[in-house]
Design a protein around this ligand. Structure first.
Ligand SMILES: CC(C)(COP(=O)(O)OP(=O)(O)OC[C@H]1O[C@@H](n2cnc3c(N)ncnc32)[C@H](O)[C@@H]1OP(=O)(O)O)[C@@H](O)C(=O)NCCC(=O)NCCS
Length: 361
């Protein structure tokens, strides 16, 4: 006698599988617990670190055919800070994080997630975040780096907001840090005068009221080669080049993209937060070029009473570090009020961007 039952069920229907022990312990009707987080999140504190050495335009012009006047007029930069040769990305991140933690009334042990936004940590792996976590005494906090260049800090803020509200972390340290001097050719006329070094950090934790608006973010990989490491590390190893893979930039293309594509993103970010431009107490865009900042202010039709960060004048473009550095300076100098609403927007290599409205710590 043959069995006419199709040979399907044994081992494939979880409801009828007796399992190795003979019990029916895998059921479709078991409900998983969802993670549950805080209703809202906010930036609790900010801290920053600027390396000691101030580098003037005159010093930059020792290596490129340029002038202090040209650099000021075309970029707005008067000076920038350079890290010491033996000062690392992690060292700078630690300095900024210690200030932010102390201002939040916390120690590393209170943090359960550490996100480091950077593109200049010189190890392919492991991340800067795990070492920073260890140094801060925050182990075993979850720790990872974000590679989104000048947009990285706002990516971190968006992620931290979702993590706190989603229940995967309670207090998140978000750091933007760069040692761009390690990846800048001092003889490249197109980029040598732009970049600087530094670090900024915020602690993001639970809040009773909404204090971080929706993050608008995205990318355009079609413009991948407009700001890029000159060649991959493998070219160096394979002898295809002996050149250190510094960053190179198609300045004008990036400039046009930033001015024309980013102002609409900034406008939509304000709308998504349910506020009007006049409700802002500060505009803190990525410090790429003062002319980009001015063009965005114009296109956004920001009311004159909204203070705009121009930290680039004395910091240069510090990529992922630029927004938290600028935020800390505005608060320290009283240019923006604690508790006020600030529009943040980061944009750069990828190309990638991210923006949100936040309540200042
Ligand atoms: C880099 C940047 C400041 C250059 O300014 P620009 O006005 O676009 O300059 P251009 O490249 O059009 O060059 C204009 C002229 O200045 C000259 N020039 C370029 N670099 C120069 C320098 N360092 N010093 C003096 N002259 C320079 C060019 O040769 C050109 O001369 P020409 O008109 O005789 O041909 C600008 O493109 C920029 O800021 N781009 C965005 C960069 C950025 O934000 N990158 C980070 C990622 S967000």
């Amino acid at each position: 006698m043959t069995d006419s039952t199709p040979p399907t069920s044994a081992g494939t229907d979880p409801a009828s599988d007796p399992g190795p022990g003979g019990s029916t312990d895998t059921r479709n009707d078991v409900t998983l617990l969802d993670p549950r987080g805080a209703d809202h999140a906010r930036i609790l504190s900010v801290g920053s670190y600027r390396p000691e050495r101030v580098v003037t335009n005159e010093e930059i012009c020792q290596f490129i055919d340029s002038s202090d006047q040209w650099i000021r007029e075309r970029s707005g930069i008067v000076s920038r800070r350079f890290a010491a040769v033996d000062e690392t990305v992690t060292d700078m991140a630690q300095r900024a994080s210690e200030v932010a933690l102390q201002r939040a009334g916390m120690t590393g042990a209170d943090v359960d997630a550490v996100i480091v936004a950077t593109v200049t940590h010189p190890y392919q792996t492991p991340s800067a975040a795990t070492l920073l976590t260890h140094r801060l005494g925050a182990t075993p906090a979850v720790a990872f780096d974000v590679s989104a260049a000048c947009a990285g800090f706002c990516h971190g803020v968006g992620l931290a907001n979702d993590m706190v509200r989603g229940g995967s972390a309670t207090n998140v340290l978000v750091v933007g840090v760069e040692k761009l001097t390690d990846f800048t050719d001092p003889t490249d006329r197109g980029s040598a005068f732009i970049f600087g070094d530094g670090a900024g950090a915020v602690v993001i934790g639970p809040s009773d009221v909404p204090a971080i608006g929706p993050t608008l973010w995205g990318s355009d990989g079609g413009m991948w080669d407009t700001i890029t490491q000159k060649h991959p590390w493998t070219d160096l190893r394979n002898g295809i080049t002996s050149d250190w893979p510094d960053l190179v930039m198609a300045g004008q293309s990036v400039f046009r993209w930033a001015v024309w594509q980013m102002a609409p993103v900034a406008r939509k970010t304000i709308e998504a937060a349910g506020i009007e431009p006049e409700d802002l107490a500060a505009f803190i865009p990525h410090q790429a070029n003062v002319r980009i900042i001015d063009a965005m202010v114009k296109q956004l039709r920001l009311p004159g009473h909204v203070p705009v960060s121009r930290d680039i004048e004395t910091s240069g473009n510090t990529s992922a570090a630029s927004i938290p550095l600028a935020m800390d300076r505005m608060l320290e100098e009283g240019a923006a009020p604690s508790g006020g609403l600030a529009l943040l927007i980061g944009f750069g290599a990828g190309l990638s961007y991210a923006a949100q409205v936040v309540r200042l710590p």
